[in-house]
Design a protein around this ligand. Structure first.
Ligand SMILES: Cc1cc2nc3c(=O)[nH]c(=O)nc-3n(C[C@H](O)[C@H](O)[C@H](O)COP(=O)(O)OP(=O)(O)OC[C@H]3O[C@@H](n4cnc5c(N)ncnc54)[C@H](O)[C@@H]3O)c2cc1C
Ligand code: FES
Ligand code: FES
Length: 469
């Protein structure tokens, strides 16, 4: 099929099922939530294939142009011999009605390629992470998790990558700077495209924008896809900060942040599920500006800045904006129509920094926050010398808790200061009541999360759900 014939807002799932009549991939929610539509895509990185499980229901079909694609129909050998991941599901009774099974099998296939095919074993934590974007109504999950954990015991089946890499090189998904689906591969071309087509829908991972198509029934006659821009596919490390390019997916972004601050790793794992973290970007989360977005409270607490870029008077221009000044109202920001968020710049930890990051949601995985709180403290000789607090789910925008910070700075870090700070944070915001939580609950939780930060930062052990076996 000529990708040029595919409308820019046609999803990969609709292309597979309706246009190509390849119906192994199922549609459950069409919202990225259930994982029934999971497929695996691979790109060539340094001559090797890099595999990703993605939700085909919210992925524009054209976004995978030039990549290899596997659906559940592609795993068994022509003689019918099952792939080890299918065999494991069969042996562990991991399927009942079977509706979710093609999606689980594809998540397992991506896991298999990342681990067993590379000679690594699969432990329980890795299995849970890999399956965190798949829902099943029937099995109760234990047999499916068992199937994942048993993969290391299956015979290793490797993919002959060379011909696929060669075929992808021949396809060479070239830069597209004209037409309905623009896919620039260099930063100047992206900025020029943004300037020339201000009405076009800019997308990165499309884990928000894809839902506007499938749930909002919005048409997108022209799309600018920034995920192939080479300059934005990098995390750059400097002595004082790291700069995360706008095309870096959430998984890689959280890993880069957690390298300096390990406490961010479990927090990052609470963001959506694996396939959404493999497609969605940190830049997209920040640019979209949802008041219940998870990365912004953390980034505000860390003192992050965004670098906004545009093409003006024949050249690229940029400006740095501190994230706590970026949002101007509900889903509104300082981003001008011709600007692109190019980098998220995060200061590296200063000596003595203490950080706590907490997400409260109804489900542990694949759920949106009711409240999110991130607290960065510097305590010297028992006194708080600096404090930055980011909060989500409590105002029209991601917010900085400046009054609460003022109640902390200069004080002795004891229970009396905690009580004053709890009172301050409960008064600082007027959260809404909605289906996720009532206003009172949100306010109380803010105070309780501060207490947790006090307990943890003063050496008390608290019980973390993710630490329970
Ligand atoms: C099942 C599911 C679970 C989710 N769970 C969470 C969660 O737990 N926490 C959470 O915070 N979010 C969650 N999300 C929302 C979403 O995944 C994130 O907001 C994600 O980071 C969006 O990034 P993206 O690259 O997919 O953005 P896209 O969908 O591509 O774009 C979103 C918006 O940002 C704009 N944009 C994107 N990149 C740029 C840029 N570089 N410059 C300027 N504008 C840009 C686009 O124009 C668009 O308006 C979830 C989504 C789904 C489907
Ligand atoms: S159909 Fe549910 S995630 Fe795609
Ligand atoms: S086996 Fe029925 S939904 Fe999973």
């Amino acid at each position: 099929m000529n990708p040029g014939n595919v409308p820019p807002d046609r999803t990969l799932l609709d292309l597979l099922r309706e246009d190509l009549r390849l119906t192994a991939t199922k549609e459950g929610c069409a919202a990225g939530d259930c994982g029934a539509c999971t497929v695996v895509v691979a790109e060539t990185v340094n001559g090797r294939l890099q595999y990703r499980a993605v939700n085909s229901c919210i992925k524009p079909a054209q976004s995978i142009d030039g990549m290899a694609l596997w659906t559940a129909a592609d795993l068994a050998r022509p003689d019918g011999t099952l792939h080890p991941v299918q065999q494991a599901m069969l042996a562990c009774h991991g399927s009942q009605c079977g509706f979710c099974t093609p999606g689980f099998v594809m998540s397992l296939f991506a896991l298999y390629q990342r681990t067993v095919a590379q000679g690594q074993a699969v432990d329980g934590h890795t299995a849970h992470q890999a399956l965190s974007g798949n829902l099943c109504r029937c099995t109760g999950y234990r047999p499916i998790v068992q199937a994942a954990c048993s993969l290391s015991a299956e015979p290793v089946e490797t993919i002959e990558e060379k011909p696929i890499v060669a075929a992808l090189q021949k396809l060479a998904a070239n830069e597209k700077t004209a037409g309905a689906y623009l896919r620039p591969s260099a930063l100047p071309a992206l900025l020029q495209a943004r300037a020339q087509h201000p009405q076009a829908q800019l997308i990165a991972g499309a884990t928000d924008a894809g839902l506007w198509i499938t749930q909002g029934l919005r048409r997108m006659p022209q799309i600018i896809d920034l995920t192939r821009v080479a300059e934005l596919r990098r995390v750059e490390h400097y002595p004082q900060h790291i700069a995360i390019g706008a095309a870096i997916n959430l998984q890689d972004a959280f890993e880069a942040l957690a390298a300096d601050r390990p406490v961010i790793a479990p927090f990052g794992e609470r963001f959506a599920g694996w396939p959404v973290r493999q497609s969605g970007t940190l830049g997209g989360n920040v640019a979209n500006g949802s008041p219940i977005g998870d990365s912004m409270p953390l980034l505000i607490a860390l003192g992050a800045q965004v670098v906004l870029m545009a093409w003006r008077k024949g050249k690229a221009v940029h400006r740095h904006v501190p994230l706590d000044h970026f949002y101007t109202g509900y889903r509104q920001s300082l981003l001008a129509p011709d600007e692109v968020l190019a980098w998220v710049v995060v200061p590296r930890p200063a000596p003595g920094e203490w950080l706590g990051a907490y997400k409260v949601s109804k489900r542990q995985e694949d759920d949106i926050s009711a409240v999110c709180l991130a607290v960065q403290l510097h305590v010297q000789d028992g006194h708080i010398t600096a404090a930055r607090i980011g909060a989500g789910g409590v105002a029209a925008t991601p917010a900085r808790a400046v009054q609460t910070e003022a109640a902390l700075i200069g004080q002795t870090w004891n229970e009396a200061t905690l009580a004053a700070a709890q009172q301050a944070i409960e008064q600082e915001f007027s959260p809404l009541s909605d289906l996720r939580a009532s206003s009172d609950y949100r306010r109380q939780i803010l105070g309780q999360l501060l207490r947790r930060a006090w307990l943890e930062s003063t050496g008390h052990k608290t019980i973390r759900l993710e630490a329970l076996a």
